[in-house]
Design a protein around this ligand. Structure first.
Ligand SMILES: Cc1cc2nc3c(=O)[nH]c(=O)nc-3n(C[C@H](O)[C@H](O)[C@H](O)COP(=O)(O)O)c2cc1C
Length: 211
């Protein structure tokens, strides 16, 4: 195997400074996300979601962003999954995008709430049929005895719900309402740019962090 300790890369693609960044972190995120989409990256909409259990242990997984606006950042999942159980106990989370090819990271933290029933319904019904049936078939994050159990549950869901499965009560959206954002742009010689935005009295304070 290659000597992993010797793997390193110089980041030289772009810069991020106080004068060129948006005053509102949502606008900065929308700009970078648009650039990630335009750059044809593989899965620019994939983000790491970190939650914490009531034992204080953090856990992470990848989910897909499905909406972003002034209210926050939305994703969809099974409310009974590990992340769902952890968010029910501790409704705070952190999100991270790593757009490798752009040498950029965005970190977002805040309180998490469920999306409304109407919002979850609207998104659920926009999904392909097999995904909608899958939401019924998979008791996400539970131990199952074999793959066959899953395939059987999917077939049963297809028989029961045919072409029009309703949204399962255990499935829906979450919205993280940001109170802190960080935009990281890799720079030469490890002198990276980091701009953090944090909310103070309803306004955003922008600060540079040492790399
Ligand atoms: C690119 C990618 C996108 C994913 N998107 C979602 C998603 O939007 N919602 C979801 O529940 N799981 C998604 N998953 C699966 C999760 O990473 C994870 O396996 C699952 O949600 C169970 O996590 P948990 O046991 O921590 O709750 C995705 C996985 C990958 C690799």
């Amino acid at each position: 195997m290659e000597d992993i300790a010797s793997l390193r890369k110089s980041y030289e693609k772009a810069e991020l400074d106080e004068t060129a960044s948006a005053a509102d972190p949502l606008h900065q995120f929308q700009l970078w996300f648009e650039q990630a989409l335009q750059s044809q990256l593989p899965e620019p909409n994939a983000m790491t979601l970190a939650t914490v259990g009531d034992d204080g242990r953090p856990s992470t997984r990848v989910v897909l962003i499905k909406g972003v606006d002034a209210r926050g950042i939305v994703w969809y999942t099974n409310y009974g999954s590990r992340k769902g159980r952890e968010l029910a106990q501790r409704p705070f989370a952190a999100l991270q995008f790593h757009w490798v090819e752009l040498e950029r990271v965005v970190r977002i933290e805040g309180r998490v709430e469920k999306t409304s029933e109407e919002e979850s319904d609207a998104y659920f019904h926009s999904r392909p049929l097999d995904s909608r049936l899958g939401a019924w078939a998979s008791p996400q994050s539970q131990v199952i005895s074999s793959r066959a159990v899953l395939v059987k549950a999917a077939a049963e869901a297809a028989v029961r719900h045919a072409l029009n499965p309703p949204r399962p009560p255990h499935w829906g959206g979450y919205r993280l309402v940001p109170d802190a954002w960080e935009f990281w742009q890799g720079r030469k010689s490890r002198l990276h740019d980091r701009l953090r935005y944090r909310q103070v009295g309803g306004a955003w304070v922008r600060e540079r962090l040492a790399p």
